[in-house]
Design a protein around this ligand. Structure first.
Ligand SMILES: [Zn+2]
Length: 80
């Protein structure tokens, strides 16, 4: 009984998922290696918040979006 439960937990632990879209990760994944982000931003001890199925998911998780000069949103320069 106890070993059965352990086996089940291990099985679940072995299933890694993309931190952004939750897709199951098979043989490889993308990981952000930038030191500051690894230390200050990705805090999961197993590193499961820094596993992504694609570069696109990395970018989306960091809210990376294409901008057009002069049309930036969410940021306004001080009046001058
Ligand atoms: Zn993904």
């Amino acid at each position: 009984m106890e070993s059965e439960l352990k086996g089940l937990l291990e099985k679940n632990n072995n299933t890694k998922r993309c931190a952004h879209c939750d897709k199951e990760l098979k043989e490889n994944y993308f990981k952000v290696l930038e030191n500051f982000l690894q230390v200050k931003f990705y805090t999961d001890p197993e590193g499961e918040d820094n596993m992504f199925c694609s570069e696109e998911c990395v970018l989306k998780s960091l809210f990376v979006e294409e901008m057009t000069f002069g049309k930036e949103i969410g940021f306004k320069k001080g009046a001058d």
